[in-house]
Design a protein around this ligand. Structure first.
Ligand code: SF4
Length: 395
């Protein structure tokens, strides 16, 4: 543990930058090795409905064509599992499933995937009488039986409610949660896992991953700025975090989360590869810290769970409408569903999270109301005007 790895030298035109990667343990996702001196693998996630087999298979092929090493799919029901079984017949991609509350689906999905991601914050909602460590044991037993990798995926938008009640600092809560779950896996003698600690704030992503890298020197890290939003700001926020971490040798696999139409989902892979190549070539485009000087729009990248297909268009309309307010110091969150929507909108000045036929609008954590997809953008403007005239959204 903790020994320096040999210096990685990758670059172009002789201008290579020497980066000392952390010497973590190596884990495997099928035939892909993650950690230590292995190449930094790039991931993405399908935004299509999992049960739309044709669209999901097409999106997997698109992501694979652009060099995705691992592709994630959301699975929430038996019907999603049936769709996954069918999708598997059409692809050889390394697949990871994203399990939320339904941890018991792990056994059904295992034959079709190489990796399972679970979120510690979501293991509390179903079967409340079953202790969390028993649920984790269930997932670990499946992973061992099918030789799968796991990801402990901690997300600031859906932190473990028990830990969150004990501390107000999300970084401390997220670290405690990760530490607790690492303890569960290590006690079970399971080491084929990575950890991710994601926030929509690049500064939090930098801080928590640096702290984690110091605390757990041998555990591979999956990097991500969640809900980074649309281009170009989504890339800028991600670059700030990734450049600062990768140059310190932190980060073994990563995903860039962008809000994109389905046909452009491969841009997540292109941007990720460009950031890695730039860092290793010594080309840095960001400033060391993310200073919010004006409007900050957070939007999720969408996935199978998105409640209404109009989500991406809604995010784009919000960006267009808010251009005239670009100098206001406001954070607006636009989220696709109830999974991370309620949590992320709590922390924003104004938050929108989608339900199937309406959009919930919140002001600083309080529900303002529920509005139709046609009404919501105009209603949001009313709220921005109100905050501006109250002096709460100063330019
Ligand atoms: S908020 Fe919902 S729709 Fe958006 S990426 Fe997260 S789970 Fe998917």
């Amino acid at each position: 543990m903790g020994e320096p790895s040999k210096l990685a030298q990758i670059g172009e035109n002789g201008a290579a930058l020497k980066i000392q990667r952390r010497k973590t343990r190596s884990i495997h996702v099928g035939d892909l090795i993650i950690g230590s001196e292995s190449h930094i693998s790039v991931q993405s996630m399908c935004a299509t409905k999992t049960q739309d087999i044709e669209a999901t298979t097409r999106q997997i092929a698109l992501l694979q064509e652009h060099g995705a090493d691992i592709i994630r799919i959301a699975i929430d029901s038996r019907r999603d599992v049936e769709a996954l079984a069918e999708i598997r017949k059409h692809t050889n991609a390394r697949l990871v499933v994203d399990l939320q509350e339904s941890y018991k689906l792990a056994r059904s999905v295992a034959p079709y995937v190489q990796k399972i991601r679970y979120n510690p914050g979501h293991l509390y909602h179903h079967e409340k009488n079953v202790p969390v460590h028993e649920k984790v044991k269930y997932i670990v037993d499946v992973a061992r039986e099918y030789d799968l990798a796991l990801r402990i995926g901690v997300n600031f938008g859906s932190l473990d409610p028990e830990q969150a009640g004990k501390n107000e600092d999300p970084i401390e809560v997220a670290l405690t949660s990760a530490k607790e779950h690492i303890g569960y896996l290590e006690d079970l003698g399971f080491s084929n896992y990575v950890v991710s600690l994601k926030s929509s704030d690049p500064n939090d992503v930098m801080d928590i991953n640096e702290r984690f890298a110091q605390m757990f020197k041998n555990i591979p890290l999956h990097l991500g700025v969640t809900e980074a939003g649309m281009l170009p700001m989504g890339e800028i926020k991600t670059r700030i975090a990734f450049e600062n971490l990768l140059v310190k040798g932190i980060g073994d696999t990563l995903r860039v989360s962008l809000t994109l139409p389905h046909a452009e989902k491969h841009k997540e892979i292109q941007v990720a590869k460009a950031i890695i190549a730039d860092v290793y070539a010594g080309r840095f485009r960001s400033v060391p810290r993310f200073e919010q000087t004006g409007l900050n729009i957070i939007s999720c990248p969408s996935c199978s769970r998105v409640e209404n297909e109009a989500f991406v268009e809604l995010a784009q309309k919000v960006r267009e409408m808010t251009q005239e307010f670009s100098d206001r110091k406001l954070t607006i969150a636009v989220m696709g569903c109830r999974v991370n929507g309620p949590g992320e909108t709590d922390d924003a000045d104004l938050g929108l999270w989608c339900a199937p036929s309406h959009v919930n609008l919140k002001r600083r954590g309080e529900l303002v109301g529920q509005f139709s997809y046609e009404e919501i953008v105009a209603r949001l403007k009313v709220e921005i005007d109100a905050l501006s005239s109250n002096g709460e959204a100063q330019a």
